[in-house]
Write a protein that binds this ligand. Structure first.
Ligand code: AMP
Ligand code: ZN
Length: 466
């Protein structure tokens, strides 16, 4: 299996530390808000990676953290605390916010067939592990105390900027103009391991520590949580490209200073989902989630299909027009699969041939669009339906598109659609009343794009499927 490794900037043969076994780690969500469909792109691609490894016969153990403390709005330890911000916004406690958004995250993952990692660990569960690592880093001279916080000293490393091509120094300078530099830092990119003198008087979660009552920095959690469950050697670490710097750079700095040896061999980074305004992000106002897509009448698996059509290392542009086209393609594909009859014995030679082609596509740095091409080729193949069906069900373990699953809850889907359309009709009525005809037209057009026709009648607005 070949994988692009962001650390070496090369596509390499994947060789795990222990033959046949894979220790895999994913940076999980910061649970101060919903995960938007951009975040979900990363998690879908990581899910495909995990399932590909399993499909190819590897025994995978995958760990994910849940960031419920320590993540500030600027990844360089500046700005506001994201969890505190979330709690204030909703007049709830930090733990209530964490619980709510962790559940929302896994509910959304389930909607797009993302398998739950084998281990999911919230950062607040692991304070003793964090403190132990910080103690060792202080003892070894890689960390220092300043202004009542503990910092990692990046100047102690021969090579701190390990992901060379990301132009990390510039990235940090460009990160935020509106935050004040922390003057306790000896070097610009030193990062906080433990805060006791927080800028936030109201800091919600605090723990006792040898350095005073406080809370951990963000980066330490991934090093400790991964080592707690996977040991000191890891095979693959995943995240979105924005995690490369400073987060992953800092994870490597502290992990390798702690253990004294190389930590993780392969780094898998997913490019961003962008909308017309650029990178999709949580701070941009209304958050588009897969649940929202569902409320709008889309099958969430259409979004998964959309993600699989492009390569994970290419930026992906999202718009509702593109999604509408994907709906048509997905429905057509599913219809063809559902029409296949279980008509006899599976032709083993044909099965093996196409399975090999599918495996080869995925083994080529997770080439999902090529894997989908193989699926379409199966539909056209000169073989019986039973063989086609067997292949498609086999592929669907990785693709997760439920292609041969007939929806039993069709009725439920219909009532959700009806509720959505009624809501849109009410909004359109309000827009007309306010003489906002552009908005009224936009609502009608949006529904039309989804195959819903509105008819203005004397009894009010009626609707039907086109
Ligand atoms: P966060 O909850 O902000 O820590 O992000 C969760 C994951 O989503 C991380 O792996 C990020 O790198 C990734 N991510 C954030 N924004 C996007 C985006 N627009 N497209 C794809 N992945 C993203
Ligand atoms: Zn992480």
């Amino acid at each position: 299996m070949k994988l692009y490794n962001s650390l070496t900037r090369k596509t390499e043969e994947f060789v795990p530390n222990v033959p046949g076994k894979v220790a895999m780690y994913t940076c999980g969500p910061t649970v101060y808000h919903y995960a938007h469909i951009g975040n979900m792109r990363s998690y879908i691609c990581e899910d495909v990676l995990e399932k590909t490894l399993r499909y190819l016969g590897f025994d995978v153990k995958r760990v994910m953290n849940i960031t419920d403390v320590g993540h500030l709005s600027d990844d360089g330890d500046n700005g506001e605390d994201k969890m505190v911000k979330g709690a204030e916004r909703e007049h709830k406690t930090v733990m209530e916010i964490a619980e709510f958004y962790t559940k929302a995250f896994f509910d959304d993952c389930a909607l797009v067939n993302i398998k739950r990692p084998d281990v999911v660990e919230p950062a607040t569960n692991c304070i003793p592990e964090f403190q132990n690592m910080i103690k060792v880093l202080l003892d070894k001279g890689y960390a220092y105390k300043a202004g009542e916080n503990v910092y990692f000293d990046t100047s102690k490393l021969k090579d701190y900027y390990v992901f060379g091509n990301q132009n990390e120094q510039e990235l940090l300078i460009g990160a935020r103009d509106d935050v004040t530099e922390d003057t306790n830092k000896r070097n610009k990119n030193d990062f906080v391991l433990w805060f006791t003198k927080s800028k936030f008087a109201q800091q919600a979660l605090k723990w006792d520590s040898p350095w005073g009552v406080g809370y951990p920095g963000w980066h330490i959690e991934c090093s400790c949580i991964s080592m707690k469950h996977l040991g000191e050697y890891m095979d693959i670490h995943c995240g979105g490209v924005d995690n490369i710097f400073p987060h992953h750079t800092n994870e490597i700095a502290q992990s390798e200073s702690f253990t004294g040896h190389k930590w993780c061999n392969y780094w898998f980074h997913v490019q961003h989902l962008n909308d017309r305004g650029g990178k999709m992000s949580k701070s941009k106002g209304a958050i588009l989630t897969v649940s929202v897509l569902k409320e709008k009448g889309y099958d969430p698996l259409v979004y998964r299909f959309f993600c699989l059509q492009s390569h994970y290392r290419k930026p992906l542009e999202f718009s509702f027009e593109i999604l509408d086209n994907t709906v048509a393609a997905y429905n057509k594909l599913k219809k063809r699969v559902l029409e296949l009859k279980d008509d006899g014995a599976v032709d083993k030679a044909v099965f093996d041939e196409y399975k090999q082609r599918f495996s080869d596509a995925l083994s080529d740095d997770i080439n999902t669009s090529m894997a989908l091409t193989v699926l379409y080729d199966v539909l056209k193949a000169p073989t019986n339906d039973a063989t086609k069906l067997a292949l498609i069900n086999d592929f669907d373990y990785v693709l997760g598109l439920d292609l041969s699953v007939r929806k039993e809850e069709e009725g439920e889907e219909d009532s959700e659609l009806a509720a959505y359309v009624e809501e849109q009709i009410a909004l359109r009525k309000e827009a007309k009343k306010a003489k906002d005809f552009a908005k009224a037209d936009a609502i009608r057009n949006e529904l039309a794009a989804r195959g819903i026709i509105l008819e203005d009648t004397r009894e009010g607005v009626k609707w039907r499927k086109a």
